[in-house]
Design a protein around this ligand. Structure first.
Ligand code: CS2
Length: 496
């Protein structure tokens, strides 16, 4: 990309952008809202919004634009950018060979901050043209107890929302208010589409929403159960946090965008074909509609996401900082490869058209893209919500079948060390960004008195501490890490 005068990104300036920056191939002024999306972060902008952009360009159907919703105060920064840039943003794909391609996405039609005007959000969701409400609210947003899978009824926000149905705080309150409004006005319900990294994400969302409604209105719960669909989906695209360097590089290339999104070239979206209202033809632009998403979800969560956690936690303790740096360390690359083959593959179901060894090799190549600079800090963020979804189900399956769990145990041991020391083995400070940060730290601090103290955090690990095989393996790794045996050496030994 060569340098030139930069143009502020907005509708009026679209035609003045550098010629190699792709522009919406449709009239952005005419895009209508057909989707309301809760949780507009980098991932949504690089994935669903990009698919909508492709769909509009390819079919000319402009009825599937997306109105973003922010539920939390920290979504305000995104709203400001949307307001300043007429809802436009740049998507920059970074290829393994250093090439970059930039496109302006025109799929967003607006952004509502729910805390400012909850009613506006409810009304928007109740509009008949809105046929989908989609979500990326992260694993934690589903409000389930990781060890039991049940809805947490004691959450003060849940109690608040039941008492204040017109001013909800959580997603469940908004869905209920809008679905009720549609039912009362005889408008077909919208499909509720989860785009989070949770196995059976649609079913989990349905279970949580119904559990919430059952707390106060059994007959409405029955209606939702019978009339609203919650398709499961598998979503995939590595999207690191945007850095100031990304903004400066794009500006040097001629586009002044205060919050572009950067990602890898790869994207995948497999959606269960279960829509209670009209569905967009995402299949004409690369997504797949299937009857059963489960094997795809399992493959992706257990290979990619857990693979990330292996590199994230072991790599952090080893003093590394990014995914590509970690996969470049031969011991870790080998560890990851053996983890996938020995601990994950035996737990997977056959996925039509996918060879798991090819899938693994593609992952290793995606992880090795040096331009993505995906930080281990991002990967380790909210590990207490991620590991129960990404890694622990694999551990449980392997224990039940009498198979090896030693690499998984190393990952958990590294997490315990990380949570105790807040530092790598060579003393580099590490941050814990996790809703359970204090509990994790407190439990890990006790490791010296009770070696299984961290593992006994049952809201994360359930009964795992009571499993002698896993606990034994974990304990022996932990001791060696505390004795300062480099985790890279330990990794090498385990990957033999
Ligand atoms: C990552 C995911 O958050 C994580 O730990 O594994 O964000 C991952 O990059 C995406 O799921 C890729 O599709």
């Amino acid at each position: 990309m060569q340098s030139q005068t930069s143009i502020l990104l907005n509708r009026a300036n679209l035609s003045s952008l550098p010629s190699d920056v792709m522009r919406p191939a449709y009239d952005v002024e005419n895009v209508q809202t057909g989707i309301v999306h809760i949780g507009v972060g980098g991932f949504h902008r690089a994935h669903e919004a990009m698919y909508v952009d492709r769909l509009m360009a390819k079919t000319g159907d402009l009825s599937w634009g997306i109105c973003g919703v922010g539920l939390r105060e920290n979504d305000r920064a995104m709203k400001k950018v949307f307001d300043e840039q007429d809802n436009l943003y740049t998507l920059v794909e970074k290829h393994n060979d250093g090439a970059r391609s930039a496109s302006v996405i025109g799929a967003m039609t607006g952004f509502l901050m729910a805390p400012d005007d909850p009613q506006a959000v409810i009304e928007k969701m109740a509009e008949p043209e809105v046929r989908i409400v989609s979500l990326t609210i992260t694993e934690g947003g589903y409000n389930f107890d990781a060890s039991t899978g049940e809805f947490i009824t004691t959450n003060p926000d849940v109690i608040h929302d039941i008492e204040n149905p017109k001013q909800p705080k959580l997603v469940f309150g908004y869905l209920v208010a809008a679905l009720k409004k549609r039912k009362e006005s005889n408008i077909k319900p919208f499909t509720v589409m989860s785009c989070d990294n949770i196995q059976h994400n649609g079913h989990v969302l349905k279970k949580m929403l119904l559990a919430y409604i059952e707390l106060f209105d059994q007959s409405f719960a029955t209606w939702v159960n019978e009339n609203v669909s919650f398709p499961n989906s598998m979503v995939d695209r590595i999207t690191p946090a945007t850095t100031s360097e990304d903004i400066v590089t794009l500006e040097a290339h001629g586009v002044k965008d205060s919050w572009p999104v950067v990602c890898e070239p790869f994207d995948q979206w497999v959606i269960e074909d279960d829509f209670c209202n009209t569905k967009p033809s995402f299949d004409v632009v690369g997504a797949q509609f299937v009857n059963d998403v489960a094997p795809y979800e399992k493959l992706k969560l257990r290979m990619l996401n857990a693979g990330h956690s292996v590199l994230g936690l072991v790599g952090s303790v080893a003093g590394l900082s990014t995914i590509h740096e970690s996969v470049e360390a031969v011991q870790l690359k080998q560890l990851l490869s053996v983890f996938m083959e020995k601990e994950v593959m035996p737990t997977l179901d056959k996925v039509e058209g996918i060879d798991v060894f090819d899938y693994r090799d593609t992952l290793l190549s995606r992880f090795s893209n040096p331009f993505i600079k995906d930080t281990l800090a991002r990967i380790c963020l909210e590990s207490s919500a991620k590991l129960p979804v990404f890694l622990l189900p694999t551990v449980r399956d392997n224990l039940a079948a009498g198979r090896d769990v030693s690499i998984s145990a190393l990952v958990v041991a590294c997490w315990a060390y990380y949570s105790d020391k807040h530092a790598s083995q060579d003393g580099k400070p590490l941050e814990i960004n996790d809703v359970l940060a204090d509990k994790l730290h407190k439990a890990a601090k006790e490791n010296e008195v009770d070696a299984l103290s961290f593992l006994k955090l049952d809201e994360v690990f359930g009964e795992l501490a009571k499993n002698e095989v896993f606990a034994g393996c974990y304990h022996s790794h932990l001791e060696r890490i505390y004795q300062n045996e480099p985790v890279l050496l330990l990794s090498e030994e385990l990957a033999k």
